[in-house]
Every structure is written in C-alpha cells, then in structure tokens.
Design a protein around this ligand. Structure first.
Ligand code: NAD
Length: 240
C-alpha cells in the first residue's frame, strides 16, 4: 500500500525531475552519513563543550588553545572522509542539468569531492588557512604546529566564525540563484543559523525539505520529507 511518504517522494521527484533552475541548500546533516557529526543533534560530543561556543572570534582571540584544539580535531576528522552517496547523487543531478547551484553551510568540501562543480561555500572551507591578523595564506602544517604568521598573527582555517560576515561573493551568488530558482531543495539543516536561514524565503519556487527531525519554518515548505538524506535522495533519484 502506498503511504503518504511515498506520495510525497513521488511529488518531490516530479518537481526535481522537471527543474530547470534548482538550488540545493545543504547543512551539516548532508555530511553526517559521510561520518562527520553535525552540531545540534549530538549534544556534548566534544569535550562537553558546545562547539558553537568555540567557533567564535572571541574564542580565537581570547582562548586560542581551545580554538586550536577544536579546529585541529575537525581538520583531522576529514583526513579519511569520502562523500556519501547523497553527495554523489547531487553531483549527478548537476551533470543532468537539474541543479544550478549547491549552496552549502558545510566547510568540509565534500560536494566538490563528489564532483559537484557549481558550489557556493557560505561558511568557508576548513581545508585552507590564513593569518587572522593580516589575511596572508598559511599552510596546514603551520596551523597544526601552532606557528604564528610572520606578522605575529594567529593562524586559522578559512571558515566563517560566529561574529563574522559571510563571503560576499558566495552570498550574492546564492541569493541571486535562489531568487530565480524554480525549486529549492533544503537538506540536513536545522535552519537555526542566520543569515543562511533567511535564504529559503527568497524564492518564489517550490520549497522541499529533507531533514531527519522537524526544523523551524516548516510551514514554508511545499514538501517535507522527514528521514535520512541518503535514503531519501536515492529513492527520489530512482523515480527521476
Ligand atoms: P545543525 O547541526 O544545526 O543541523 C543539522 C540538521 O540535520 C539537524 O536538524 C539534524 O537532525 C539533521 N540531520 C543530521 N543528519 C541527517 C541526515 N543524515 N539526514 C537528514 N537530516 C539529518 O547544522 P546546520 O544547520 O548546518 O548549522 C550548523 C553550523 O555548523 C553550520 O554553520 C555549519 O557551517 C557548521 N557545521 C559544519 C559541518 C560540516 O562541514 N560537515 C559539521 C558541523 C557543523
């Protein structure tokens, strides 16, 4: 017997299969099945400290050892990680002309590793580094060894910390694509982090959410598929 969920999956597949200007907006839930934990659904996983309290400019400037521990751990986590089948499905959809842009809050680079080419990294990338004071690019090993820049500044990954603005180009590109989108597919985000959580409201197109728990803004979405991203993307993919 067909369930309500089956019907919703078919509806999503119909919209995605016909999309000409789809934007996919991803969050940490896109990468959990690749082995990278998200922040909000796994409380206290990291030294009993809320990761969000370490991902700040204040932590970098006032508690560098803690900041460094946290980001070194996250950088090392990525060393043996590969994209999930979900990342690969999105890359395949881009090749088929269904996806115009993947805009991601993730800093792990997994969309690019899966061969998505049109990717906007709204919160930066954890695989490259710079001086916090003068902005000069730095090597990963220098960051790992807690070296300072020649100007004396602290080294940091190229991620957006709480208290910093988003990269202008990624933001403008994403906002423009979402304004023109016929479908916006949001995957694996609690939609709690501003300003990214304002992006879905910019579209006049259809809004689809894939998330394994209810999020805010549920009333905005035309289709809500509650479940794991990989399984749902695989089911949709089979119907396109
Ligand atoms: P979040 O942790 O606030 O929310 C993730 C959401 O995804 C949760 O609602 C969770 O229930 C859901 N989810 C988890 N696994 C899922 C799965 N397999 N299928 C479907 N849903 C799943 O993450 P957020 O909204 O992206 O915001 C957190 C911030 O932390 C972002 O700014 C991001 O930059 C950063 N972050 C990035 C990474 C990464 O790069 N992989 C990891 C953790 C946090």
């Amino acid at each position: 017997m067909e369930t309500n969920m089956d019907v919703q999956i078919q509806d999503a597949a119909r919209l995605i299969g016909r999309a000409k200007r789809m934007v996919v907006l991803t969050g940490a839930g896109m990468s959990t099945e690749a082995g990278i934990p998200d922040f909000r659904s796994q409380k206290g996983w990291w030294k009993q400290i809320d990761p969000l309290s370490v991902a700040t400019v204040e932590a970098l400037e006032d508690s560098y050892d803690l900041f460094h521990d946290f980001y070194s751990y996250r950088v090392s986590q990525l060393a043996h990680i590969a994209p999930s089948p979900g990342h690969r499905i999105l890359a395949q959809w881009e090749k088929e002309g269904l996806v115009r842009l993947v805009a991601t809050q993730n800093v792990d680079g997994l969309h690019q590793l899966a061969q998505s080419e049109r990717v906007a990294e709204l919160h930066g990338n954890i695989g490259t580094f710079r001086c916090h004071a003068c902005g000069t690019a730095a090597e990963k090993t220098s960051f790992a060894e807690k070296k300072r820049c020649s100007c004396g500044g602290r080294l940091r990954p190229n991620v957006v910390l709480f208290g910093e603005s988003l990269p202008q180009q990624a933001w403008t590109r994403t906002a423009a694509a979402i304004e023109e989108a016929d479908v916006v597919l949001v995957i694996g985000t609690s939609l709690q982090v501003a300003p990214v959580n304002r992006l879905p409201s910019l579209t006049d197109g259809k809004l689809i959410l894939i998330n394994n728990e209810p999020t805010g803004q549920s009333n905005r979405f035309d289709i809500i598929l509650q479940g794991m991203a990989v399984k749902l993307l695989q089911k949709i993919s089979l119907l396109i």
